[in-house]
Every structure is written in C-alpha cells, then in structure tokens.
Design a protein around this ligand. Structure first.
Ligand SMILES: NC(=O)c1ccc[n+]([C@@H]2O[C@H](COP(=O)([O-])OP(=O)(O)OC[C@H]3O[C@@H](n4cnc5c(N)ncnc54)[C@H](OP(=O)(O)O)[C@@H]3O)[C@@H](O)[C@H]2O)c1
Length: 145
C-alpha cells in the first residue's frame, strides 16, 4: 500500500465547494451541457434542481448523484408551457424554500442546413425553447423569489 507523502501527494481535489448549499435551477438538464452542468454544480455542493421534459433521464441523473452523496432533484418542465414552468418552480421552492441561481440552458441545436434551406418553422423550433428558457423561466422565478 502506498502512503501519501511529499513525494507522493494525495490526488488534487477538483472541486472546492464553491456552490455549497446554493439552490440552482437548471433547464435542459436531461442531456448535453445541462446534464454536465448539473453534475458539476452538485459536485461543487449545490442543491441542483434538474429540469427538462424527459423525466426518466432526470431520474437516472438524480439516482447517480445520490449514489455519490450529491443533491439533484429531478423535475419535469417544458419551458414552452407556462403552467409546467409554474409547477416546476413551485415544487423546487416547496422543497428548498428558495432559489439562489439559474442556468437557463434549454434549447435544441436544430438540423444542420445551409441558411437558404432553413425554414421559419425550423427557426422557431430552435429559437423558442432558448428564448422561453430565459424569459418565462426567469420571469417566474423572480416573481416567486
Ligand atoms: N453544443 C453546442 O455546441 C452549443 C453551441 C451553442 C449553443 N448551444 C446551446 O446550448 C444549449 C444546450 O445545448 P446541448 O448541446 O447541450 O443540447 P442537447 O444535448 O440537445 O440538450 C438540450 C436540452 O434542452 C432541453 N429542452 C429542449 N426543449 C425543451 C423544452 N421545450 N422544455 C424544456 N427543456 C427543453 C432538452 O431536454 P428535453 O428534451 O428532455 O426536454 C435537453 O436537456 C442549447 O440551448 C443550445 O442551443 C449549444
């Protein structure tokens, strides 16, 4: 067995509890950047509220976090649906009493196409969840906090 010493130091800690106790609400936490952020924020000590439409993926994320002693609360939320946003934020506030931070990340990348091949419908599909994620979600949070 190797003991730690000056010449054999312990592994560096990659987190510093910079979000200790903070309640952070993430939209689009079921995949990609949002999911990675949920894991990182939780490792930094945050109580993460992980929201998206695919609740099964959020539940898996929460289970994995719990196994590591981290706090991730899965909440279903469609940022294009005001009622869904209101319910999600109410559930988070009921659980933690407050919200301290937001990562408004929901959005779709859309298909890759040349500009002249893109349609208004495709533009709306990409832009709507991004704008709604910022405007409606923050708007509701600020009214409640
Ligand atoms: N990856 C990049 O290189 C890049 C570059 C620039 C900007 N971005 C932006 O960064 C954000 C995340 O990108 P990503 O690559 O991580 O994409 P991703 O893996 O496709 O994740 C998108 C997330 O947004 C959620 N979402 C989509 N529509 C939603 C809705 N109506 N309500 C709630 N959640 C919704 C999805 O969850 P559900 O489907 O489960 O609801 C998913 O969790 C997007 O806004 C994207 O436009 C990404």
């Amino acid at each position: 067995m190797t003991t730690t010493s000056y010449l054999n130091p312990p592994p560096l800690a990659f987190t510093a509890n910079r979000l200790e106790g903070r309640v952070v609400f993430i939209t689009g936490a079921s995949s990609g950047i949002g999911q990675a952020a949920a894991k990182l924020f939780a490792k930094e000590g945050a109580k993460v509220v992980a929201s998206a439409r695919r609740i099964d993926r959020l539940k898996s994320l929460a289970t994995e976090a719990k196994r590591q002693g981290l706090s991730v609360m899965p909440i279903e939320c469609d940022v294009l649906d005001e009622d869904s946003i209101a319910k999600a934020i109410a559930a988070a506030i009921k659980e933690f009493g407050r919200l301290d931070g937001a990562f408004n990340n929901s959005g779709l990348s859309g298909k890759r196409a040349l500009l002249h091949e893109a349609s208004v419908e495709e533009f709306d599909q990409v832009i709507a969840p991004i704008c709604a994620g910022y405007f409606f979600v923050l708007n509701t949070k600020l009214k409640r906090c």
